[in-house]
Design a protein around this ligand. Structure first.
Ligand code: COA
Length: 388
């Protein structure tokens, strides 16, 4: 008896299929990690409003929340901190790999390679026990800031500062980059930026991470892919592009004129617009308050005044709101970071969201494999050059 034809659940494509370019508006899966609510300009991580987390928590607590689903108790936080601090340093070989990177390379490219190197230190696959991937997620959380700072020091011809286990993640990052920790209000602004950047549902880099996880590939590959996706200026790279735009404008008095010209020329203006938020980005007011504090600390209101001018015209003329990268770019600039470090800093935060999504995808996996509508040549025959 002939074997029964296997049943395929894949529907036959319609004659004129509806294409959702950029997956715009498509719900591809469920998640319990975060919820973006454009209708109320709000965002929650595991049910907590991001503003509430910024007001009452530090980045380490939020990292714990995203990875474990609940905020830590005092003793859980202490254990999490101990674990993170003891994992911070990278091996001597890893340091040497970073030392060999071309000084002209972009720090997102060096970070992508440094993370990928970490993945060569063990054989890893998707679908392993959750506790193993949680251990790897902790390693990535703890070591990524060290990779970024080590690369920053070497590219500037300086020796590296080893991580210090008595500092918080935010303090330690300043220490590893500059050899000193700035005043608490600056550290707090940085910590808040890390909380705001930590997670944002199915954005491009998180979706990339989940796509890679879905083939049962390992967490290092998934995160490496996430970094590649985040680098683009339509996504994480926008925080760097915003600062380049600010420097190009140069003078706050020129901001309104510059924006009017840019709109007439139909330029894409960095730090504005969002695929999901159409009435404002929930994270902007909190980050803008940090930018105001930093401007007061530095005694330099150039970038806050410039922001106001650009935002006013964009809202009046196109009704497009700024996104988180708009205040974050100048905030990192005032903190003293090189512009090409802004997106790597985004990575040291978003690693929490990516790894939480990696674990979620693994726990309920189905290979992500959409369909496409073919628009190429109709099927044809090969005209052989040589008779065989
Ligand atoms: N500058 C100028 N016009 C913009 C704009 C921007 N930053 N963002 C959106 N628009 C315009 C589009 O040109 C389009 O106009 P049209 O209808 O006349 O063609 C309209 O607003 C709708 O935008 P659309 O392209 O459909 O939005 P999207 O969801 O595809 O794009 C972004 C979202 C984020 C990719 C887009 O806003 C962008 O490129 N922003 C700049 C980069 C940035 O800041 N990225 C960080 C995102 S958090």
């Amino acid at each position: 008896m002939a074997a029964a034809k296997p049943k395929s659940k894949t529907k036959k494509p319609a004659k004129t299929p509806k294409i959702f370019k950029g997956l715009d508006g498509v719900i591809v899966d469920e998640t319990a990690v975060s919820k973006v609510m454009p209708e109320t300009n709000s965002l929650t991580y595991r049910g907590y409003a991001v503003q509430d987390l910024c007001a009452h928590c530090c980045f380490e607590e939020v990292a714990y929340l995203l990875l474990n689903g609940e905020l830590p108790t005092k003793s859980q936080l202490a254990a999490f901190r101990r674990d993170e601090r003891k994992r911070r340093d990278i091996s001597r070989d890893h340091v040497e790999v970073i030392r060999k990177f071309p000084k002209s390379a972009h720090p997102m490219d060096t970070l992508r390679t440094a993370v990928s190197y970490l993945g060569t230190t063990e054989i890893a696959w998707g679908g392993e026990a959750e506790r193993i991937d949680k251990r790897r997620a902790m390693d990535l959380l703890a070591k990524i800031p060290t990779m970024i700072a080590t690369d920053y020091r070497f590219r500037n011809g300086k020796n590296r500062y080893k991580p210090k286990p008595d500092l918080t993640m935010a303090e330690n990052f300043f220490h590893m980059c500059f050899g000193k920790v700035p005043p608490p209000e600056v550290v707090r602004a940085f910590d808040i930026s890390l909380i705001l950047y930590a997670e944002h549902s199915f954005n491009a880099s998180t979706f990339t991470t989940r796509v890679i996880a879905s083939s049962r590939s390992d967490i290092y590959s998934a995160v490496t892919g996430g970094i590649g996706s985040l680098k683009g200026p339509l996504h994480g790279g926008a925080n760097e592009a915003v600062m380049h735009m600010f420097l190009e404008i140069g003078d706050p008095a020129k901001a309104e004129r510059w924006m009017k010209d840019a709109i007439v020329k139909k330029k894409l203006i960095m730090g504005f617009g969002h695929r999901v938020y159409k009435w404002g980005d929930s994270r902007v007011p909190t980050m803008r308050a940090c930018l105001d504090d930093l401007a007061a600390w530095k005694g330099d209101d150039t970038w806050t005044r410039m922001s106001d001018g650009l935002q006013k015209v964009m809202l009046e003329e196109k009704n497009i709101h700024p996104n988180l990268d708009f205040p974050a770019g100048p905030a990192y600039y005032l903190m003293g970071f090189d512009i090409d470090m802004f997106t790597p800093i985004f990575v040291m935060s978003r690693i929490t969201g990516w790894t939480a999504h990696y674990l979620e995808q693994n726990a309920s996996n189905k290979l992500i494999r959409p369909l496409s509508a073919y628009t190429g040549k109709a099927q044809r025959k090969v005209k052989a050059l040589v008779k065989r």
